[in-house]
Design a protein around this ligand. Structure first.
Ligand code: PMP
Length: 350
């Protein structure tokens, strides 16, 4: 801290990103990246951008990408917003859509960026406990709020809230924005984008970092009523009118268009997840049902921090959170079949 810091920055508790180690010979199962790499068509589209046109600013509206997303989901481009990673899209939603003076409701055990954005934008936090099975109970959200946000599937639990439950929540909450953060939806969930034309207060965010394997490109999106999108555009244009560069627009659009590669790699991750979950269960872990590209598991006897440290010594990194209720869990990203086997072998040896 320094005398030059504003009082606002002094009080800010920043988000701590998952570790991105510099060592490369690691089995990296800690930040839910996709082991299969982006679509070759997306890579070719980005390579085609490496020319003299880079001296020019990109399209501030990313129309090419919005069109690809609109075509994919069968919505209008006026219902689509894109940004520099879904973290940025979420930041603009916190800034532009959630009300002040009433608590923003979100699950207690969720993506830890939500309380950070509350702090950043002066929004009251309203954590709502999960039930004893780590599930979101929709009835608990039927109270006064400045907005509601939750990931579906939830992170870091991986538990999915069915679309019917989301619709119930939307029916009981019509006065404020309901944001469904679908960072992991493509690994077995059903997208709430199907409901945006029915509920003008529903905003759905997604990322290209997970199912489209472009975490390094930083592209996220939101779909909702054009009025919600307009609020996000206003915030964006007051912050950085060119959030997506030429390569990001071209690569992300091509990734949306390459449906075969997307379907094939998602299916592989899903079937590998079922294998990992079964192996972990056989080793004495309690594995929460996951609809994401990771599993959340605790061992009946062994301490989670000890297991994580022992795995690390063997070059395998998984995520361990210190939050009390989940301190005995490990969040393990699904890797390639070889990486998954290495993990299971290492656990057997412990
Ligand atoms: N939402 C959730 C629930 C996440 O786990 C993540 C990834 N850490 C994000 C949003 C942000 O993803 P990105 O900024 O890479 O799009």
């Amino acid at each position: 801290m320094s005398q030059f810091w504003s009082p606002f920055v002094k009080d800010l508790v920043p988000y701590v990103p998952g570790e991105q180690p510099k060592m490369t010979r690691l089995v990296k199962l800690n930040t839910n990246e996709n082991p299969y790499g982006p679509s070759p068509k997306a890579i070719a589209a980005m390579q085609a951008q490496l020319n003299d046109d880079l001296r020019l600013y990109p399209d501030p509206n990313s129309d090419r990408l919005k069109q690809a997303i609109a075509d994919y989901y069968g919505v209008q481009t006026s219902q689509v917003f894109v940004g520099n990673g879904s973290d940025e899209v979420l930041a603009h939603a916190f800034h532009g859509l959630f009300q002040h003076g009433k608590p923003l409701l979100y699950p207690d055990i969720t993506y830890s960026f939500y309380p950070v954005y509350c702090g950043l934008y002066g929004i009251e936090s309203g954590p709502v406990a999960l039930d004893e099975n780590f599930r979101i109970r929709v009835e608990d959200y039927a109270r006064e709020n400045g907005g509601i946000i939750f990931p579906n599937p939830n992170a870091p639990t991986g538990c999915l809230l069915p679309l019917a439950a989301i619709e119930q929540l939307l029916q009981q909450n019509t006065e404020t924005v309901v944001l469904v953060d679908e960072a992991y939806i493509d690994f077995g969930g059903e997208t709430a984008i199907a409901l945006v034309n029915k509920y003008p207060n529903l905003l759905v965010t997604q990322t290209l970092s997970k199912s489209r394997s472009l975490a390094g490109l930083r592209v996220g999106l939101a779909v909702g009523h054009p009025d919600l999108i307009e609020a996000l555009e206003r915030v964006k244009n007051s912050f950085n009118s060119y959030p997506l560069d030429r390569m990001a627009i071209a690569g992300a659009a091509a990734a949306f268009e390459d449906r075969d590669y997307f379907n094939e790699t998602c299916q592989k991750v899903i079937s590998d997840r079922e294998w990992v979950a079964a192996e972990l269960t056989a080793l004495g872990f309690d594995v929460l049902p996951s609809a994401a590209n990771f599993v959340f598991a605790r061992h009946a006897q062994k301490d989670a921090a000890t297991i994580a440290a022992a795995l690390r010594e063997q070059g395998i990194i998984v995520r361990h959170f210190k939050t009390e209720r989940i301190a005995q869990f490990l969040r393990i990203t699904i890797g390639t079949p070889e990486q998954n086997s290495e993990l299971i072998d290492a656990l057997k040896a412990l």
